[in-house]
Ligand binder design. Structure first.
Ligand SMILES: Cc1cc2nc3c(=O)[nH]c(=O)nc-3n(C[C@H](O)[C@H](O)[C@H](O)COP(=O)(O)OP(=O)(O)OC[C@H]3O[C@@H](n4cnc5c(N)ncnc54)[C@H](O)[C@@H]3O)c2cc1C
Length: 435
């Protein structure tokens, strides 16, 4: 079949790869000049299966209240006159209920485990390079209550076969010697040995090249203006170039992987997806010989920050701000990242060299992505990956390609438009949308 994939972020590009591998004729369309230049550009770099618990969990409402009014708050709600923002916020609160959070974690975990397997296979099959590291992720907790919650999470993950264990602070320093200046700040830690990290942007660009070699076509520098339907099917996608010239693109099947912008293109054709942009920041520090920066990927739970070593660079990323499609770089929030980085790693490069970046996570209230078939027969969605888009990319891309090819995807996940698998406990429904 001829398939048009809308969006060349990590999700659109992995979708294109698996679709082409399944024998489809694929064209990817994006407004940028290369794959992976928006939210997939400078994220935290973690392939974090062990962090499948969504932000919407029973501890979140208390944290948000605690941080209210603080410009540098790790989670920040900036109220706007925006119905979508308030609706999303209310749904987020509902997903914080313990039973829903447990259910969402189990689903995200199933897709994340599958996704990491797909990534490992892809690496093996193609030798793709992206500054990958397979030294696990160390989760650090400052607060004793957080550590108690983490203990329960560790039990939950271990019961599902994950290699995660609690670590003493001495063991943390043994694992990651760069922590020696800061270990005393933490109450405890958990280590997920099989987690990984790597540069999502480099991965997406290099996978784009591998796609091209497999025959995938790319249309860059065009804006997707609208999708047009006829008799219950997508008939064409209308794009315009920088001069404003319109063109219609046609295929048998269309896949929307437009990240945070997916709702804007879907709403006019009557499909409402609960995706809202959740802004995050990162800093990237170039490192020189002798700098003491961590090599093991770290998650600093009290600040909602992650640290990943990408070759000779250190990436620090995180925090969340609900503020619509605003993409301004806020100096206070950037400074909070730099300060925390040098508080923990005083010899990790030079603060003045930090490169700042912000991106809009395409977040659903549950943090579960929307992957599958919409109610428009030839329209498929792969969007809403929130905090875990890089982690879930290969699994979502592979599952989407399976669904387009008429196959049942492997993981126990609530794929859109598919009946749950009849095996063991009921599989929860996919995120609700009027698709
Ligand atoms: C600070 C931060 C840290 C993060 N850390 C991690 C992490 O450590 N691990 C992890 O797993 N995830 C992480 N994430 C999440 C992850 O980066 C995202 O979930 C993922 O990048 C989303 O990919 P995407 O392909 O859906 O969106 P995008 O990468 O944004 O791709 C969407 C594409 O659609 C194109 N597009 C949109 N609208 C149009 C239009 N109208 N016309 C043409 N093209 C259009 C854009 O140009 C873009 O290329 C982080 C995110 C942030 C912000």
């Amino acid at each position: 079949m001829k398939v048009i994939v809308l969006g060349a972020g990590v999700i659109g590009t992995t979708s294109a790869w698996y679709l082409a591998r399944a024998g489809h004729e694929v064209v990817v369309v994006d407004r940028r000049s290369h794959p992976g230049l928006e939210t997939s550009f400078a994220n935290g770099g973690q392939i974090s299966v062990s962090h499948s618990e969504p932000w919407a969990n029973p501890t979140a409402p208390f944290q948000i209240v605690r941080w209210l009014g603080r410009e540098d708050a790790p989670l920040l709600f900036r109220p706007r006159l925006d119905r979508e923002q308030w609706l999303w916020g209310l749904r987020f609160l509902r997903e914080c209920l313990p039973a829903r959070a447990r259910r969402n974690t189990a689903q995200a975990l199933a897709l994340a485990i599958y996704s990491r397997e797909q990534l490992q296979e892809l690496r093996h099959e193609t030798g793709i390079e992206y500054d990958a590291r397979t030294r696990g992720i160390l989760h650090l907790y400052e607060d004793r209550r957080e550590l108690l919650h983490a203990r329960a999470q560790v039990e939950f993950l271990r019961a599902r076969g994950l290699d995660v264990s609690l670590k003493t602070l001495d063991e943390c320093v043994e694992l990651e010697p760069a922590l020696r200046h800061a270990a005393h700040r933490f109450a405890g830690a958990a280590y997920a040995r099989t987690d990984e990290s790597g540069d999502a942007s480099l991965f997406t660009r290099n996978l784009g090249e591998l796609c091209r070699r497999r025959g995938v076509g790319f249309r860059f520098n065009v804006n997707i203006a609208r999708i047009e339907c006829d008799r219950g099917r997508v008939a064409r996608v209308v794009v315009d170039d920088p001069q404003g010239a319109e063109e219609s693109l046609r295929a048998d099947v269309y896949v929307v992987a437009l990240g945070s912008y997916s709702p804007l293109v879907l709403r006019p054709i009557g499909i409402a997806v609960p995706v809202y942009p959740v802004k995050g920041y990162s800093i990237t520090l170039p490192l020189a010989a002798g700098d003491e920066a961590p090599v093991v990927s770290l998650t600093d739970h009290s600040r909602k920050l992650v640290f990943s070593r990408l070759g000779e660079r250190l990436r620090v990323a995180g925090t969340a701000e609900l503020n619509g499609y605003d993409s301004e770089i806020n100096a206070v929030r950037c400074k909070a990242l730099v300060d925390r980085c040098f508080e923990l790693f005083p010899r990790a490069g030079r603060p003045g060299d930090a490169q700042f970046w912000t991106g809009l996570r395409p977040a659903t209230p549950s943090n579960l992505p929307i992957v599958g078939r919409s109610r428009i027969e030839n329209l498929y969605l792969n969007t809403g990956h929130g905090t875990l888009g890089w982690t879930l990319s290969c699994g979502s891309g592979r599952a989407l390609a399976d669904i387009v090819s008429g196959l049942r995807p492997e993981p126990q996940f609530g794929f859109l438009g598919l009946e749950p698998k009849k095996k063991g406990a009921a599989v929860p429904a996919a995120p609700r949308l009027s698709a």
